[in-house]
Design a protein around this ligand. Structure first.
Ligand code: GDP
Ligand code: MN
Length: 378
């Protein structure tokens, strides 16, 4: 779960990282009032869970409260990369001397955390990283040791940041650890003309597995409709693990391992998976029916492969689920079913008895994948 900038700002403040004074409003008239309280001149910033707001016109300086109202009116309702701006943050402007980039991110490939820092932060950091990677320091952080004073100094020195940034680096690490974050990013971290170091923007991604104990952030009201696949959201709402891909074979299986190998076997047979859905161990008929409903709602699907190895899940329950789904879903695409393991014979008999013209059974995984690939690519 991503936090809004203003939530990240609150967090940073709580950990002793200096941030500009700010207020969040959802109406232009409140913007005027808030600007008055903040001293008149303010930066008006769109609150959306996406980056690149500055370049999209979602970050603007307003010279006085009247201008703040006008600017807030322009930015509120704006669409930034599919996110509608519902609130703006008004922040006291600072006079920037230097813009830096600092972040901690979980590096899954390396199995560690990574500090990424650069003395050339700001809106063009992506370009800096792409064209001059040597300007961006990437330092592994051992989570058991964390960011000590020495480690912070090492990161700051590697990136060419001033020594004062070390304090922010240590505090930011605390944010990551204590808030169960997978990512904390400050861009820009600025040094003002007066020499103070401030976090001017913040991005924090809380690990979804820890959201239950980070509940104060509540639900994410902004998760925009455009974000993610709508079917993924629908599947999540029904407690199903569904992932959208870009091929043409819909895949349902039980257990991550079997589903992953089914993807490979389908690919090996010359077709591409359109999506996959893991009905898990111990899946009931209802789960199967829900899953099939989701998979068949994907317009890219040209054929569906159901590959179930009955363990805890009994194949006859899966077959019952398919039969149940056929009652509610109007099947227009071929369905290839491979049932093996616990109660496979009974499951096959259930499907044979239903005798739907679009449902075929193949007893081997490879054979079923080949058939589904053939049906999807003909
Ligand atoms: P982003 O584009 O979504 O990353 O939004 P940021 O919050 O990072 O703002 C974009 C840019 O606006 C920053 O890189 C700064 O250059 C500029 N900016 C933001 N706040 C201030 C401020 O208080 N003073 C000045 N001079 N520039 C600011
Ligand atoms: Mn930024």
């Amino acid at each position: 779960m991503d936090l809004y900038e203003h939530q990240a700002r609150e967090l940073f403040k709580g950990y002793g990282i200096a941030v500009p004074d700010a207020a969040v409003v959802d109406h232009p008239r409140e913007a005027r009032h808030a600007a008055e309280l903040l001293g008149g001149r303010v930066v008006v910033k769109a609150q959306v869970k996406t980056g690149g707001r500055g370049k999209a016109g979602g970050v603007k300086l307003a010279a006085d409260p009247a201008a703040a109202e006008i600017t807030a009116r322009q930015i509120l309702g704006m669409d930034i990369k599919g996110h509608t701006v519902r609130r703006v943050m008004l922040a006291q402007p600072v006079d920037i001397q230097d813009e830096f980039y600092v972040s901690y991110v979980l590096d899954r490939a390396a199995g560690t955390f990574l500090a990424i820092a650069s003395a050339e932060g700001g809106m063009d950091i992506e370009e800096v990283a792409a064209t001059r990677p040597e300007a961006v320091a990437r330092i592994p952080v051992d989570p058991a040791e964390g960011v000590t004073e020495a480690k912070a100094a090492e990161i700051a020195a590697a990136a060419g940041l001033p020594p004062e940034a070390g304090d922010v680096l240590r505090r930011l690490w605390q944010v990551l650890v204590r808030e169960d974050a997978l990512l904390v990013e400050v861009n820009p971290l600025v040094r003002t003309v007066k020499g103070t170091v401030l976090a001017l923007d913040g991005k924090v991604t809380i690990d979804d597995n820890a959201v239950f104990r980070q509940a104060r952030w509540g639900e994410t009201p902004d998760v925009p409709k455009a974000e993610g696949d709508p079917l993924e959201a629908a599947a999540r709402a029904r407690g199903l693990n569904y992932v959208k891909l870009d091929g043409e074979v819909g895949i349902i299986g039980n257990g991550a391992g079997l589903v992953m190998s089914t993807l490979d076997v389908v690919a090996g047979r010359g077709a591409r998976p359109a999506n996959f859905l893991d009905i898990g161990g111990g899946a009931s008929a209802q789960v199967m029916a829900d899953g099939l409903d989701v998979i068949l709602s994907d317009p890219d699907v040209r054929a569906v492969l159901v590959n179930v190895f009955g363990g805890i899940t009994a194949c006859d329950a899966v077959a019952e689920g398919i039969v149940q789904a056929l009652e509610s879903v109007h099947l227009t695409k071929p369905l290839v079913v491979r049932l093996d393991g616990n109660n496979a014979a009974r499951g096959r008999a259930v499907l044979d008895a239903r005798a739907h013209p679009l449902v075929e059974q193949v007893t081997t995984m490879d054979g079923a994948a080949a058939r589904a690939a053939q049906l999807a690519t003909r």
